[in-house]
Ligand binder design. Structure first.
Ligand code: SF4
Length: 423
């Protein structure tokens, strides 16, 4: 058993009687990891990704340390608003992934299942619910979710509201993208602003929000430059680092740290040589622990993930209107490719595969995620028609119990053989 597993075992054991101490152990573990990464700078991980890694850890550690200055969110929540109120986001998806990093996810899943949660519930939600039940997460200042993409969110947040005595704010995103939808979402954001004012005793600073959106626009320009470079350069990464990119594209969007990260990334990537690797476009979540996929994508110069759908779900080329910040956030959510018909996501994926000249696409169907399981075949049909290789892999992004390594290895090997021969 490695040191991380032993440490995870200690957290689990402590959590059973002393949740406060277990929370402290988690924070100490994160602090240690940040320090280790600082010392390890200059190793196999590129400098900019090392900085991103530390940024992600700091964000989670901050929310754990001071729950009264944190908000529970899903990936699509309007986090730019939180920054003005000094709140750190704690996302359901990322918390459970971090729990997986500590090897305590199994404990959280069992805890949630003992509460009566179905074993077909998305494991990201199950892990978070288990953590709340085990008191590893304390009541936050607010909890905010959207109805975007996921049929779990509203139910999970409602349940959390009851369990933690905390009224969740659920932003309803209409399926249709129209002017009346935008006004409807913007009105909800105004209500959210009033709620955050009450909870934090702080006045809403519209100027600060405009500045955050301006930074986000600049970051998006740099992000697009980096995606184009990622398709050409031999820039190493790992599945975990690809997953951490969610902090830049989603959870900390609009922050100064993220803008600095993209500036550093663009600079860093230019220094790397060109790549001969097979270029893969990834759809949906990264199973960062999966043994076969780790062999293919962690520091392997022969295979590169050039982008994932979370790199372009807010659309390419679109910029946020800083003169109308709440309306801009409403538009950002309504136009997300996860909203509306699945064809919208398929069209965006096809367009990105073409522009980045991806050799193949892997769609990872996460156990319990109805939207990805339901849409994957539809997307495959479109890619088949366009003559672009497409592989559907079934597995679980974070629950190792649902991993089928043998099947993933056989199918991935055959797929890469076919893609390489074709190339
Ligand atoms: S994986 Fe699917 S079910 Fe789970 S949080 Fe994401 S969208 Fe929702």
């Amino acid at each position: 058993m490695g040191i991380v597993e032993k440490y995870g075992g200690l957290i689990q054991k402590t959590a059973q009687k002393h949740p406060g101490r277990a929370r402290k152990l988690m924070r100490v573990g994160l602090l240690y990891e940040r320090m280790r990464l600082r010392v390890k700078r200059g190793g196999a991980i590129p400098k900019a990704l090392n900085d991103l890694n530390r940024l992600a850890i700091r964000s989670v550690a901050r929310a754990l340390k001071n729950p009264a200055r944190a908000a529970w969110v899903n990936l699509f929540a309007p986090v730019e608003l939180l920054q003005g109120f000094g709140l750190a986001p704690m996302s359901i998806e990322c918390f459970t992934a971090f729990a997986g990093g500590f090897h305590i996810e199994d404990f959280l899943f069992r805890r949630a299942e003992a509460m009566g949660m179905s074993d077909t519930l998305c494991s990201y939600h199950k892990g978070f619910l288990g953590a709340v039940d085990a008191d590893l997460l304390e009541k936050p200042c607010a909890s905010i979710t959207t109805t975007l993409a996921c049929d779990c969110n509203a139910n999970t947040f409602r349940y959390l509201s009851r369990r933690a005595g905390e009224d969740a704010f659920i932003i309803d995103i209409p399926y249709e993208n129209s002017q009346s939808s935008l006004s409807y979402i913007a009105a909800q954001l105004e209500d959210l602003v009033r709620l955050l004012e009450r909870r934090t005793s702080k006045r809403f600073d519209e100027q600060a929000l405009r500045a955050a959106l301006a930074r986000e626009n600049e970051a998006r320009d740099l992000h697009e430059t980096c995606l184009a470079m990622q398709a050409k350069k031999d820039y190493p990464a790992t599945l975990t680092l690809h997953m951490f990119k969610l902090f830049a594209t989603h959870l900390l969007a609009g922050s100064e740290e993220v803008l600095s990260y993209y500036r550093a990334l663009a600079e860093d990537m230019r220094c790397y040589p060109d790549t001969e690797a097979l270029k893969i476009l990834w759809i949906h979540l990264m199973p960062y622990y999966q043994p076969t996929l780790k062999e293919y994508f962690n520091h392997n110069p022969l295979y590169r993930i050039v982008a994932s759908d979370f790199d372009f779900d807010y659309g390419c080329g679109e910029r946020l209107d800083t003169n109308h910040p709440l309306e801009a956030l409403a538009r950002k959510m309504a136009e997300n490719i996860y909203n509306g018909p699945y064809e919208r996501k398929t069209a965006a994926a096809l367009c990105t595969a073409e522009s980045l000249d991806a050799d193949g696409v892997i769609h990872f169907c996460h156990w319990g995620c109805k939207q990805s399981a339901g849409g994957a075949v539809e997307m495959k049909r479109a890619f088949d028609a366009a003559g672009r290789p497409f592989l559907i892999l079934d597995g679980d992004g974070v629950d190792r119990r649902n991993d089928a390594d043998g099947q993933i290895r056989t199918r991935t090997e055959a797929f890469f053989e076919m893609v390489r021969a074709r190339k």
